[in-house]
Design a protein around this ligand. Sequence first.
Ligand code: UD1
Ligand code: CA
Length: 446
Amino acid sequence: MKINTIILAAGQGTRMLSELPKVLHQVNNKPLILYSIQAAKAAGSDQPIIIIGNGADAVKKTVGGGARFVLQAERLGTAHAVMVAESELKGKGDLVLVIAGDMPLLTADTLKQLVQKQSTNQGPLTMLTVHSNNPRGFGRILRGMDGEIRAIVEEAQASVDELKIDELNVGAYCFNSDWMWKALKKIKLSPKGEYYLTDLVGIAVTEGSRVDSIQLEDEDEALGVNNRIHLADAERIIRRRVNEEHMLAGVSMVDPNQVYIEEGVTIGKDTILHPGTYLTGGTRIGEGCEIGPNTIIDASTVGSHCHLLTSVIEGAEVGDNVGMGPFCHLRKGARLGNGVHMGNFGEVKDSSLAAGVKMGHFSYIGNATIGENVNIGAGTITCNFDGEHKHPTVIGADAFIGSDTMLVAPLKIGRGAKTGAGSVVTHDVPDGEVVVGVPARKLKEK
Ligand code: UD1
Ligand code: CA
């Protein structure tokens, strides 16, 4: 069975009070529209057709290649929005799923159920409803004495009695494709001057067909983002879903409300996340780590049994048993071997620190290759930039860099070499040699 999806995303999103089209606002660092696209695809749909209007170019740009767009030049209502996709879709599939681009909580599972039900349904459509005491402006479902759906009445047109109905139209439907294209032509302009997609229900009933439905069990799924309060609600619920998945897979969170994990992050079991932890950009964390409070890890890999406290790690690789923080900053291209220790105010960029390196206090290491078990004293700086170019520093295994050493690159410090406190090293130091002073020279034995 061939399933197409139409995602309605041409509306203004007036209540967001934003320069950004509503469907590009983000929930858990992902634009709303991408949630709809992914759910539809995961439910078995072909590449969805996105109906764009307001902010069309921006939406196209964000969604990117592979997607299909149809422009609704004039916003004449939800039925009109579906109609503009006719030339693209008519005769090209069995079922059409219609959803809105501002419902990020609707799951692929729910859409699958909708498709499944409609695929065996004799009638022309299956729709999603929800029972709720919070009607939020949704259309009300009118059912007959026999319990069958008779119509949907929009809130603006509902009578006092109809307003009391607690079964609501979620705004997600699965139609028999041939029937839908024909029936859309029968819709008349509403008193508000729009063509309502919801009128298809009344049309089906008038034709003597049965309208089938699925009731959402989880009311959250029906949340549509119309203002920034809804956006924050969606954010909270999505993050809870993501966090609960990790907790059920063996990750501890001291306070899940204060842990921010993007989709696509992996975390090993027995890792503990403290409040204020942000894990983004496909970061991978091993087992048995303790992370946070207040730690940001983006696009990085962290091994097992690391303790990372109040630090920022971006585009870096961290081995096993690394201890870091508070207040360390790993930047792009930082690679830390097993058992590295970094204390307060360390910064590493484009450098590798081999296993066992200790760098306890106030250091900057850039464009450097540091051998095993090197001790980097407090205040050490690789002076890697001459104003035009970056230059490398290489430090051999077991070297001891004294406090406040300036390593003026390009520079090589030999294995087991030592620099005295406060030295400014401008020339290579051979293996085992001790240098001191400004500029640093070989220490004369007395
Ligand atoms: C719609 C339903 C209502 C349902 C509610 C659930 C209709 C007439 N009413 O109401 O029964 O309870 O959704 O959220 O369908 N759009 C376009 N082009 C248009 C008009 C709308 O693309 O010309 C898009 C909007 O961007 C939005 C979606 O369609 O994503 C829904 O439109 P909206 O005007 O918000 O409908 P509601 O009043 O919420
Ligand atoms: Ca809406």
